[in-house]
Structure formats: C-alpha cells, structure tokens
Design a protein around this ligand. Sequence first.
Ligand SMILES: O=C[C@H](O)COP(=O)(O)O
Length: 335
Amino acid sequence: MTVHAIASPVRHAGAMPGAALPRNEGMALDAAWLSGTRVNLSAAERRCATLPGRRSVKKDAQAAWLLKAVTCIDLTTLSGDDTEGRVRRLCAKARNPVRQDLLDAMGMGERAIATGAVCVYHRFVAAAVDALKGSGIPVAAVSTGFPAGLVPHDVKLREIEASVADGAAEIDIVITREHVLTGNWQALFDEMRDFRQACGAAHVKAILATGDLKTLRNVAKASLVCMMAGADFIKTSTGKEGVNATPLVTLIMLRQIRAYHERTGFMVGYKPAGGISAAKDILTYQFLMKEELGRRWLEPDLFRIGASSLLADIERQLEHHVTGRYSAFNRHAAG
Ligand SMILES: O=C[C@H](O)COP(=O)(O)O
C-alpha cells in the first residue's frame, strides 16, 4: 500500500518556516471592529453538527491525513511531576513519532517525519533543546504564569525572556482572562503587544483559555485583539480548563483568522489544544481548517495540535491500517 502525503513533501519538523510567510505584524486596536463582532450561535452549531460523518476519509487517504497531523503535533508534557528524563524520552519520540516498519509498509519510509514541536514548561526548555539538537524540531515553552496567568506582568516578561535565552523558538503565552471578562480590550492588547515584543524572533502563540471566557462572542473578540497585537498563532486552551478545544470554538476562531487575513493580508496560525486524544477527532479539526481557511492552513507553520496523548492513538490507527489489527496502548508508550 502506498500513502500519498496530502502535503508534498512532508516537511521535516523545524523552526516555523518564516521565510515562506511574512510574520503577523499586528495593527492598531480597532474598537469599531470589535464592537461590530457578532456570533450566530445556532448557525455555528449547525455547521459543526454536519462535520463528523459528512467528510470521513478512509484507508490510504485517512492514513495520509493522520501522518500529516503527526507533523503538526506540538508533542506536550505539562505535568507537575515532569522530569528531565520524561522530557528527553518525549524528544526521542518527537524525532521518530511513527515506527519505521509502519512507514515502510505505507511507502513513506524515506520521508523525514517528525512532530511540529515539543512543548514543555520553562524548566525543561534547555534539556529539550539539547535532546533535539540537529533535528530541526523547535521547542515551545508555555509561559506567562501558565496555566492561570496570574503572576505579575513583569514576571511574565522575564519568564518569556528566560525561555528564549534557553533556546525556545516558540512561546505559548496565556492571556489574562479578566481583561476579556471585563471587556478591557485595551489591556488585553497592551499585554499581548508586550509578550510579542519580549519573544523577539521566537513565535508567539496566544492561549485564550476559551473554556474560561463565558461566551463565543468573547472568544471571537479575544481572538481578534490578540491578532491585532501581533500573535503568530491563536490557541484554544491550556489543557487545564474545564472545557478545552472543541469544534465549535474552533469554528469561531477560524472565522476570525479568516476575517483578519482578509483585512490585513497576514496569515495567523491556529492551535487547538487540550483533550484531543483520538485520531478520529483530529480529522474533524483538519477538515475545518481546510474548509474554512484553505489547504495552505494544514501545514505546520499555520496549524499545530497541542496534545499529550494523541500520537499514541494515531500510531495505533496506522498500525491497524497496515496490519489489520489493533495493538494495546502500552505498545505505544510515549505521546
Ligand atoms: O497545550 C497542550 C495541552 O496542554 C495538552 O493537553 P492534553 O494533555 O489534554 O493533550
């Protein structure tokens, strides 16, 4: 069987290919745009309800989509009991996320497939950078008092700078939810601008923590403000909120990315994160990306998936695709 990658070629993971796309420079805060932002909830729900069955792909096509998803995973460990040893094992998995015999069987043995990034707390950035040396796989650091984001502003900036100094190429910041809940868009814009500046050349992903924002209208406005302030990516969740990534919230955020692109010409990336652990679920997100934003947004410089356990299920599905059998989860220990 031969799987034709839906991307050609499958990009070896590496720093965001900034050369290909101009970075989002942001714009002035546009209050009129924000106040005119509305969400049609029933239309959005209807749109999402059509997704699961309608566009299911099977067999070789499904394997190709799943392999593509692997290259977009920010392989993550964000636990209180993380250790350097765990992070180094995760980095080894990021270099070789799919077993070679499975890739060979799919005719993909020659492709250099790796995950999009490895995502860790600041403490482990230096170890991850060391473990990934020579691979081109970037290290992403969660920052700014992740997950609650309630440490002092200057401490947040120092945390960003420390992770960049240790070699993080991507910084996943958390916004101050209170700014959204009180409608203080100027404060959200200002903090996001500061975060972007502290990141320097490192790309910044703005985690909205959508499960904390109460309304989809707030999600839409927070998405716009973060993009206006220069976010390279907008990301749903920390993985620690009561509700994390969902197709509905994804639809709302993608529509803002589309509107921002139409207005400014900048292409901002999207990262669903938290609770995404089943291969079939990631197909839904990929279809949404393609249908709402277009084919270009399926590449790792514009699409990342924040997940700690998705890779194990993708590998399991690929094994089933190749052998016709499912293996136990404990055969795919990492990721
Ligand atoms: O950003 C990534 C998330 O924290 C991962 O969440 P998860 O452990 O539910 O996959």
